[in-house]
Design a protein around this ligand. Structure first.
Ligand code: FES
Length: 128
């Protein structure tokens, strides 16, 4: 019995880009306040500002792990400005299954942490 659909099953069992980077340009970690699950997202940037590598790691439920896997695939090779524009609906669509309102926070946790990390990085560059 598979309550979440093939995509979530596959990406939670075999998450892509799971782990950490040696010296990431962006590293951000936070938790889902509803359950306490944590995720850390790391990005390395190429000289032209595109994402050359993305990793995620954390103590996560199936939906959040699949979302982290799909999200890191989605952003690899993207310009940082485009990463900042990724909408919640894009992540929900990528999961290809109905996400109940009570699990929406799980699906969006990696995106929220990613966007906070990107914003903090931009802020730090502005103040230098
Ligand atoms: Fe915690 Fe899904 S139950 S992120």
């Amino acid at each position: 019995m598979n309550p979440y659909g093939e995509m979530i099953q596959e990406h939670s069992r075999h998450p892509r880009n799971y782990g950490s980077l040696e010296a990431p340009d962006i590293r951000h970690e936070d938790e889902n306040p509803l359950c306490g699950d944590r995720v850390r997202i790391e990005l390395s940037l190429a000289g032209d500002g595109t994402v050359s590598a993305a990793r995620f790691q954390g103590d996560l439920c199936m939906i959040a792990k699949a979302a982290g896997s799909l999200l890191t695939e989605m952003i690899t090779g993207l310009a940082l400005d485009r990463v900042g524009e990724i909408a919640e609906g894009q992540v929900i669509d990528a999961l290809r299954t109905e996400i109940k309102p009570s699990r929406r926070k799980c699906a969006l946790l990696p995106l929220e942490v990613l966007q906070s990390g990107v914003n903090a990085y931009r802020q730090s560059r502005r103040t230098k």
